[in-house]
Unconditional design. Structure first.
Length: 371
């Protein structure tokens, strides 16, 4: 019965995309197999513009490479409310560009609803319009300097950075929005060879950076070698450390951010950066945030309420008039299960399991959406 529920769910979801494209299903759980048990095999079989739906499983789907434009959807990186013991787990994913014959490239692809392990997300050079949405990622996201129109939004980055390779310029647009960074013992964003690059197209907005470490020093920074980026409406929340923290930005615009740490000073804008509206060294006042010096597992973030109270200094004070943090801005944070936007069937009851030829099958179905 479970496999029938899954397939019906996927049929509904397919309506959201090009009717001419093919939808493929993947499940490596022997009790309810999909069309493929290997995600890479499904990717290899898919054509440009196809969608692939991958079921949660106790067995991970390995490391995959995407050679063409595909929409890849999992059942959630931490679907505790309906698949408590299973994730849709891949070790890593690479979006590729092949310039030699036969030419193929993965521009326009999207991945959503996965737990992505230590291999992280690797985006090759010369690609555009890759969307990384609603995943839990431990290995970080690596973007090449020649890539454009990249979106990294609504993810949980568990210890991983957003790493931007060298040779970024004014035409490279990268939006890092509404993500929850946790366990960041290094910088949230790292731009290699940043002293030579001008990242005016990089926007880092409406994120929460929550650092569990109690051993940080005043040499630690939020970013590393970032230049000319726009940093707005974020909450920088450091649990430990002492001294004065720097942003790690050069000539950046730092606006309407909140900084908070019990024992150290974080004042924005700093150095040669500019900007107004920052709220420094002030508790953001979450509705139900953790106590000071509380170490949090990324899988248990849902135990807290990260919305801001009505009396919070960040309530409706973002540069766009919405809340500072993950619930304001362009991609208000949807859920800590990292479940996709697609509708999901939660209940299916067959009322007449025996049907004569030409008869009618009567079913009751309940589904949910996660906007």
């Amino acid at each position: 019965m479970k496999s029938k529920i899954v397939l019906i769910t996927l049929c509904f979801a397919a309506l959201f995309f090009n009717a001419k494209a093919t939808t493929w299903t993947v499940n490596n759980n022997g009790n309810s197999p999909g069309q493929y048990t290997s995600l890479q095999a499904a990717i290899n079989a898919a054509s440009n513009g196809d969608s692939i739906y991958v079921e949660p499983s106790p067995v991970d789907y390995g490391t995959v490479s995407v050679p063409r434009k595909l929409y890849i959807f999992g059942g959630g990186g931490n679907p505790y409310s309906y698949q408590a013991n299973n994730r849709t787990y891949i070790d890593g994913i690479t979006f590729t560009y092949q310039s030699s014959f036969p030419i193929s490239y993965s521009s326009g692809s999207q991945i959503e609803g996965f737990y992505i392990g230590g291999g992280g997300v690797q985006i090759s050079c010369y690609l555009s319009s890759i969307t990384i949405l609603r995943n839990e990622i431990t290995g970080g996201v690596s973007i090449c300097g020649s890539d454009t129109n990249m979106i990294v939004a609504d993810n949980i980055l568990n210890g991983g950075q957003v790493y931007m390779n060298s040779n970024f310029n004014n035409d490279n647009t990268v939006l890092i929005a509404n993500n929850f960074f946790i366990n960041q013992n290094a910088q949230a964003m790292f731009e290699n060879n940043g002293s030579q690059d001008q990242e005016t197209g990089v926007q880092f907005i409406n994120n929460i950076i929550y650092n569990n470490s109690t051993s940080l020093t005043n040499s630690s920074t939020f970013f590393r070698t970032m230049n000319n980026a726009s940093v707005k409406n974020n909450i920088f929340y450091c649990q430990g450390g002492s001294g004065t923290f720097s942003s790690g930005c050069n000539n950046c615009t730092l606006e309407n951010n909140i900084t908070y740490s019990p024992n150290c000073t974080q004042t924005l804008p700093d150095g040669n950066n500019t900007g107004t509206g920052n709220i420094n060294n002030t508790n953001p006042a979450f509705v139900n945030g953790p106590a000071v010096y509380t170490t949090i597992s990324a899988d248990l973030l849902y135990n807290y309420n990260w919305h801001l109270t009505g009396s919070s200094p960040g309530h409706l004070t973002g540069s766009d008039g919405t809340d500072i943090g993950i619930y304001g801005g362009p991609y208000p944070f949807p859920n800590f299960e990292t479940i996709t936007r697609l509708p999901q069937m939660r209940f299916l009851q067959i009322n007449n399991p025996t049907v004569q030829p030409g008869g009618t099958l009567h079913v009751n179905a309940i589904g949910t959406t996660h906007n």
